[in-house]
Design a protein around this ligand. Structure first.
Ligand code: NAP
Length: 429
């Protein structure tokens, strides 16, 4: 019988607590042992406040001494569910140097320091796994690493932030404002006390950086992702989108265009028939496309303590069963790909402009688009309350984002024309 695998768990909050309970419950312990032919034993749990009682966790294992817990020769694996980049980054480097494999759920750490961490793991001959950092329980990293290993992936796109998807879905269903939907999401536990990284797109951008790295075998970091969140979306954008036969989703996209990487996160209009358009509530879904394997989509819960812990345990099983480290940890086969600037991306755009309600405004708006060489496919014009203000909502024919931006800048710069900043969202097919 193989020796049990000793584990140090860094962090015992929402995710770490669920991992500790899964490794403690007899049924899940037995399932893990069956899956990998070896017992997995929790030997240290590192937290900030070791005096706090923690449900289902043996208090004798709990301490605030990361150094000792990482150096213990009785452990071979570190599970990191502490979050943040400091001191976590140092803990992971220490773990690698001590010859320990690591499984992490930390997307911000990976999206900022992934290349450094993978190199350090490679140098130490150990492995780093991070399924839970991308889409919680949705096994998209494994699908990209293994199922698509030979498939030459060209596109990964998805709804990768459950909080934003919950907010947009409830705005669409009830006509609620952004603030009302955010308040409901907080009340129901779908939004954190500080939801800024979820709603401003940073969380989704970190996940897209990770997915692009795995999908394209290229070092793609957070700084390579052009991102925007849902915090400027109005209820009427969703209503207009519906008139055009579309829904609004916060979409992350990593794409190879002429051998260059485009990575972006933006609220976008999706045609109602798009495979991601019907993903509602707090669910995540990712679509992977490759010329050889076609289009495949995966969906499920993108967060939650138990769901994320289940993905972490999946990584532990995969590590124990793998015969060697993966290509990313071997530092092999990284492609050095140029970036494709998001401003050069060509597509249709939905544009929303509030204008002064007087004769000739439509012609002036049209002329701003004309001088940027953008042609307009559809326009809806609505008078405003009291006849002071009117609203122009339009969808362009395909144009580069920088051309649409030029037209909007010209409109915004005419003080007698625009009321408030115009909004533009990509329309994705
Ligand atoms: N929550 C989710 O649904 C979810 C989903 C996917 C990925 N993740 C990722 O999982 C990670 C953990 O998230 P979480 O929601 O579980 O966070 P959390 O509930 O805030 O738990 C963090 C844990 O780490 C400990 N900790 C934090 N800083 C520490 C430090 N400097 N030294 C020692 N211990 C420290 C805390 O100790 P105390 O308990 O003493 O405060 C706590 O036990 C994050 O990277 C997050 O992005 C979370």
């Amino acid at each position: 019988v193989a020796e049990p695998l000793g584990v140090t768990l860094l962090g015992c909050g929402t995710v770490g607590g669920a991992v500790a309970r899964l490794l403690g419950e007899p049924r899940s312990r037995a399932a893990v042992e069956r899956a990998c032919g070896r017992r997995v034993e929790l030997r240290h749990v590192v937290v900030r406040d070791p005096t706090r009682p923690r449900d289902g966790v043996d208090p004798d294992l709990v301490s605030d001494d990361a150094r000792a817990a990482l150096a213990d020769p009785g452990i071979a694996l570190v599970i990191e569910a502490m979050g943040g980049t400091d001191p976590t980054r140092g803990h992971l480097l220490d773990a690698f140097a001590a010859g320990k494999d690591v499984v992490t759920a930390n997307k911000q750490l990976l999206a900022r320091h992934g290349a450094e961490l993978l190199e350090a793991a490679a140098a130490a001959g150990v492995r780093l796994r991070f399924e839970a950092a991308a889409c919680g329980a949705v096994p998209v990293v494994r699908a990209l690493r293994e199922s698509f290993a030979a498939a030459d992936v060209t596109l990964v796109e998805g709804i990768v932030n459950g909080t934003s998807n919950f907010i947009l879905s409830s705005m669409a269903a009830s006509g609620a404002t952004y603030d009302e939907a955010l308040a409901e999401a907080t009340r129901l536990g779908y939004a954190e006390a500080d939801p800024s990284e979820d709603v401003n797109g940073a969380d989704a951008a970190a996940k897209i950086a990770i997915l692009a790295t795995v999908a394209f075998h290229a070092r793609v970091a957070m700084d390579d992702v052009a991102y925007e969140g849902i915090d400027r979306i109005h209820a009427d954008d969703l209503a207009y989108a519906r008139e055009f036969g579309h829904v609004v989703k916060l979409l992350g996209r990593a794409e190879l265009i002429d051998g260059r990487v485009l990575a972006m996160v933006s609220p976008a209009l999706l045609a109602v028939g798009h495979p991601l358009a019907s993903v509602g509530g707090s669910r995540n879904a990712v679509l992977v496309a490759s010329p050889s394997a076609g289009e495949i989509s995966l969906s499920g819960p993108g967060a939650g303590g138990r769901e994320t812990a289940s993905a972490i345990i999946g990584d532990v099983v995969s590590l124990l069963n793998a015969r060697h480290e993966g290509p990313l940890e071997r530092g092999e086969g990284y492609r050095s790909l140029e970036r494709f600037p998001v401003e050069d991306r060509v597509g249709s755009f939905y544009v929303h402009v509030d204008v002064a309600d007087r004769p000739g405004v439509l012609a002036r708006v049209a002329s701003a688009f004309g001088s940027a060489d953008v042609s307009i496919r559809t326009v809806i014009q609505r008078g405003g309350v009291g006849g002071e203000e009117a609203r122009l909502v339009l969808v362009t024919h395909p144009a580069a984002q920088r051309q649409v931006r030029a037209a909007l800048d010209e409109i915004a710069a005419a003080p007698d024309l625009a009321r408030g900043a115009p909004r533009a969202l990509p329309v994705l097919t």
